[in-house]
Ligand binder design. Structure first.
Ligand SMILES: [Ca+2]
Length: 79
């Protein structure tokens, strides 16, 4: 996944997690989250996220900022 693909992904994760639009600013803006996500998960530094980098749960650790949305999205899709 490249940068331009990550922003809509984050928005759809927010939609599914039910994060109100008026809370999607500052560090929770999709733009800020894309930067954060790349910094956190792009282990080989190519500015893209491979599926492997993305799904590697240990990369997420106890992430509060995006992981909690990601995992609620994951749960919704695996019920
Ligand atoms: Ca990468």
């Amino acid at each position: 996944m490249e940068k331009r693909e990550l922003k809509p992904l984050i928005e759809s994760i927010y939609d599914l997690a039910g994060l109100p639009r008026d809370e999607r600013h500052g560090i929770y803006s999709p733009h800020a989250q894309v930067k954060y996500l790349l910094k956190k998960l792009d282990k080989n530094g190519d500015k893209r996220l491979s599926k492997q980098e993305f799904i590697e749960q240990e990369n997420w650790g106890n992430d509060e900022r995006l992981g909690r949305f990601f995992f609620s999205y994951y749960d919704i899709n695996n019920q």
